[in-house]
Design a protein. Structure first.
Length: 210
């Protein structure tokens, strides 16, 4: 089962992709984490990606498509996968189809912009392993310390209010058209994001199983 999770930055698609990964035993592939890892390691593609991410812009298609193509070819994705953060443009979605990758369902997590802006200011990410937390919805056991690797947990530059507004503008201009793209193909399922993560998860599983 090959799935795509869509949604504006901060809509919670990463959290739901993780839950679905655990339930259906298929890997959740986050391009955001993959790109941040490449940027941290200082690779050529990573440094290119970092300049775009720091300004809140989308990373160029050729950089992302190449990373995704290599990732879904790995053994753990043979029985299916969840793409979180890709595709972000209709051009990328078309590239995915051109690669011969069949997508079974596209889950769109919808949350209003004003709720997203408030929510993202509380997000925290481990600077070592990339694990995601939230000061209200998913706090660490010890403040500022990652539960998994004991690394430092911090507010990412792209979760700061001014960058969030830029990212939402970019999303509505470039990513939102994907909703129509997949709706026309009969693959879109929209889930209204709830205040309680567990309730959103329940609705997400219902959409996948329907």
């Amino acid at each position: 089962m090959n799935l795509i999770f869509l949604g504006a930055p901060g809509a919670g698609k990463g959290t739901q992709a993780e839950s679905a990964s655990n339930k259906y035993k298929i890997p959740a592939i986050s391009t955001g984490n993959m790109l941040r890892e490449a940027a941290k390691n200082g690779t050529e593609a990573g440094l290119k990606a970092k300049s775009f991410m720091d300004s809140g812009d989308l990373v160029p298609d050729e950089v992302v498509v190449g990373i995704i193509k290599e990732r879904i070819a790995l053994d753990d994705a043979k029985n299916g996968f969840i793409l979180d953060g890709f595709p972000r443009t209709v051009k990328q979605a078309q590239a995915l189809e051109d690669m011969g990758v069949n997508i079974d369902k596209v889950i769109n997590i919808h949350v209003a912009d004003e709720r997203i802006t408030a929510r993202m200011s509380g997000r925290r990410v481990c600077t070592d392993c990339g694990a995601s937390y939230h000061i209200e919805y998913k706090p660490t056991s010890s403040e500022g310390v990652c539960d998994l690797c004991k690394g430092k947990v911090a507010l990412r530059d792209d979760d700061k209010p001014e960058t969030v507004l830029s990212r939402l503008k970019t999303y509505h201009e470039k990513t939102a058209p994907l909703i129509d793209f997949y709706d026309k193909r009969g693959k879109l399922r929209t889930v209204e994001g709830q205040e309680q993560i567990e309730e959103t998860t329940r609705l997400t599983f219902e959409a996948i199983d329907a």
